[in-house]
Design a protein around this ligand. Structure first.
Ligand code: BGC
Length: 756
């Protein structure tokens, strides 16, 4: 096979690439294990309609964590439903003892004794926390990310959990959206690889093992494209973006055998995802052959009424079930109405059977029928939670996630013998914010703070808070206030800075200023922190700015004035240790931004792989695609990140060789210390039947080089990387000229070209 045979034969290419295969799922079963399929059928044949619907019903456990639930969702009712076999799953029940108690009720008190599946948002660790997902993604280190998910799965499984609502594989280009912290950033290629690494980490090789859990690719689909970055807002996107940007991470998740998919809150081009038949039945389960089950998002079935799509809860149940949404999270729509809808002929029992088959299959694969309490061993729980090995793994992940944004005159790394180090900023003394958002099971105050990290590394410093990040009590359910105006502690901080040799300022967002429901219109430093930074700068310009934040921030002043800037995201349990090691050179930063940092919030959404427009440059005076008051350029581009050493790229070569394009480049460490670099490969299809972005990431490699060492980095581009989805949703590979670019970030690249 060579390119010529693939070119312009979209559907053939689609089949060859395995990206458009028809469903292997059918009434004979969803598992690769025939025995499981037989067991599922046998059980299904014994179930009443109500018991089947029960499997499609999920209830919340201890607390209503993430949104409004219908008022009649009282606990008493739920217990009764449990005994009736009307509850297939619970979320937010955790702890070996607690899960055992609930499971016992389902297994011993319901007629058929079908075990429940227990789900939880295990997003970036369970008790021991890794960096927030956006931070981890900055590592571009798939093995480390997989390991981090393994650690999360091990701890969660030890607490009775057998299913995580992760990874979030939504592509997001808008820093205003608080949930960017939960994903892998703006790029589809990187996001797909990271999603797969996370799924592999969670699910392992054996789903029935007691340290693995089922994963869930979410939110299908388009949730990351909420208009104006406002959470839950309308999503209106065209075919090209859907197929080329939004869908591929889900397709990659399916290839990685993800067991479940969560649909999303948003409407997609007018139709709520939960009631969207095209998305769930035709595409996901039909064309892509998904064999697992689809869970709704929290109350998303009920929310179809507010969307103006369903007249009442009964109709919402009808629409969602017919659209292929298999399990209802906390809308009470299925449990109340689905049996009646079947009896009325509005929902086919065959579709109910299909959903139940999917759910039971995952339960069998998890081994829950062999031993429903296999995840409920209290001794195991005690041994594994906060295990030292887990701390080591999340520290490693944290060290790899730090991104050096600026380092003029090699201010960093700092010298350990430096006498007068001032540390300023409330976040330096914060043991909770570094844990970030989405940490359902973790305990407040369990992160190593920056101050503790410095102490642990025998660094002498003097500390002044200077300013708070936010006002009052900031918690998961509590609205976040960010307009703190208290400057009463400025004077002390300024005085300290004046008499110090170097000032480490730890500024940024509180851990709960990003995450679900945390959209912002101002993505500068919250409160009076910017003012504090400028005041301190007036007395001491030798500042290292340590940023802690859950989203890209727009900090043009800091970039123009502050000599050294270190992006540390929210690094999790070992945060302070990772930051101390990096500040003093025990860790050479190697992270690269997975998301563009704008200079101005008004540039959002801003992303590297945009189209060129018809007027990309200023030849027409004012009439070109630009702002008259701000540059088009980002503050820091996608893929950007410095090191304490330097790398030189040379000798880029690309040639067509049979059915692949072979690319190579030499990278040399030209600095004085060893360091890790991520070589990034981008392509541009210069003229195509559907316009292609100016640049698209299609390969990367992370490697370490000693000073003066060099490495020949090689890539192979296949039709999978060179093709794209046209506006009919067909995958095509087209003849023509391609620019091939390799470099240290999305802007700083060497360029050559090939003709297909
Ligand atoms: C979120 C989901 C999450 C669910 C359960 C929802 O609000 O959108 O991502 O898994 O709550 O906590």
């Amino acid at each position: 096979m060579n390119f010529k045979s693939l070119i312009n034969v979209g559907l053939i290419a689609t089949t060859l690439l395995g990206v458009g295969c028809t469903s292997s799922a059918n009434n004979r079963g969803y598992s690769k294990d025939a025995e499981i399929n037989t067991k599922v059928e046998m059980l299904l044949s014994k179930m009443t309609l109500e018991e089947k619907v029960g499997q499609m019903n999920q209830y919340n456990g201890f607390y209503d964590a993430t949104g409004p639930a219908p008022s009649d969702g009282d606990a008493k009712n739920k217990y009764e439903h449990l005994r009736n076999g009307w509850v297939g799953s619970m979320l937010n029940v955790r702890g070996a003892k607690e899960v055992r108690a609930m499971q016992k009720m389902a297994v011993e008190e319901s007629r058929l004794g079908i075990p429940m599946i227990f789900g939880l948002d295990v997003i970036h660790g369970h008790k021991t926390l890794a960096p927030i997902p956006l931070g981890e993604s900055a590592s571009w280190d798939l093995e480390a990310i997989k390991k981090s998910a393994q650690v999360a799965a091990t701890e969660a499984a030890a607490e009775g959990i057998n299913w995580t609502f992760a990874p979030m594989v939504d592509i997001s280009r808008d820093a205003r959206w608080g949930r960017v912290m939960e994903g892998a950033g703006e790029d589809t290629y990187l996001g797909s690889k990271i999603g797969v690494a996370r799924i592999q980490g969670f699910q392992g090789d054996d789903l029935s093992a007691n340290n693995t859990i089922a994963a869930c690719a979410k939110h299908f689909a388009g949730y990351g494209f909420a208009e104006a970055g406002r959470d839950y807002n309308t999503v209106d996107v065209g075919t090209s973006t859907l197929y080329n940007v939004i869908f591929p991470p889900f397709q990659a998740a399916l290839d990685a055998d993800v067991k479940t998919v969560m649909n999303s809150f948003n409407i997609l081009n007018g139709v709520p995802a939960t009631g969207n038949k095209w998305l769930q039945r035709d595409l996901l389960k039909g064309k892509w052959g998904f064999n697992g089950f689809v869970i709704s998002d929290w109350g998303s079935c009920m929310e179809m009424m507010a969307h103006g799509f369903a007249a009442d809860l009964k109709e919402a149940a009808e629409l969602a079930a017919n659209a292929g949404s298999d399990m209802d999270m906390e809308s009470y729509a299925y449990v109340k109405h689905l049996s009646t809808l079947v009896k009325e002929g509005k929902v086919n029992e065959a579709d109910i059977d299909d959903a139940v088959r999917r759910i039971l299959t995952v339960k069998y694969e998890l081994g829950l029928f062999d031993d429903p309490y296999k995840y409920c061993d209290e001794q195991r729980e005690q041994e594994l939670i906060y295990h030292e090995d887990h701390k080591a793994a999340v520290l490693d992940m944290a060290l790899k996630s730090v991104v050096l944004l600026k380092n003029d005159k090699q201010v960093l790394p700092l010298d350990k013998s430096q006498k007068k180090i001032a540390v300023i900023g409330a976040l330096a003394d914060d043991k909770t914010s570094p844990l970030g958002s989405w940490r359902v099971a973790s305990d407040d105050n369990t992160a190593v703070s920056v101050l503790e990290g410095l102490k642990n590394h025998n660094i002498k410093y003097t500390y002044a808070k200077g300013a708070d990040v936010s006002v009052g009590d900031v918690g998961f359910q509590i609205p976040v206030t960010i307009n703190n105006t208290d400057k009463s502690e400025f004077a002390e901080a300024i005085a300290l800075a004046r008499k110090s040799e170097v000032v480490v300022m730890v500024l940024g967002e509180h851990g709960y200023q990003s995450g679900e429901g945390r959209s912002r219109t101002n993505i500068g430093l919250p409160g009076v922190q910017q003012e504090l930074l400028e005041e301190v700068y007036k007395v001491n310009q030798n500042i290292v700015l340590v940023l802690m934040n859950g989203r890209p921030l727009a900090l043009p002043w800091a970039d123009a004035h502050i000599p050294a800037i270190l992006e540390t995201w929210q690094l999790g349990t070992e945060s302070g240790n990772a930051i101390a090691k990096t500040l003093f050179g025990d860790n050479n930063p190697s992270g690269k931004l997975p998301m563009t940092f704008p200079r101005n919030v008004a540039q959002c959404p801003i992303y590297y792989n945009h189209y060129n427009t018809g007027r990309p440059t200023g030849g027409n005076g004012v009439f070109w695609s630009h702002y008259i008051d701000e540059s088009n350029d980002p503050l820091y581009p996608f893929g950007f990140g410095l090191s304490y050493t330097s790398f030189e790229y040379s000798n880029l070569k690309a040639k067509v060789d049979g059915d692949v394009v072979k690319v190579s480049i030499t990278v040399k460490n030209t600095g004085k210390v060893a360091g890790q670099e991520v070589a990034q490969l981008y392509i541009h299809d210069k003229a195509a039947s559907v316009a292609r972005p100016i640049k698209e990431l299609k390969g990367f490699e992370k490697f370490e080089l000693a000073p003066n060492d060099s490495k020949l980095v090689e890539f192979e581009l296949t039709s999978k990387e060179l093709g794209f989805y046209n506006n009919e949703g067909e995958f095509v590979v087209e003849a023509g000229d391609f620019d091939i670019m390799v470099g240290t970030d999305s802007q700083n690249v060497s360029i050559t070209s090939v003709t297909l």
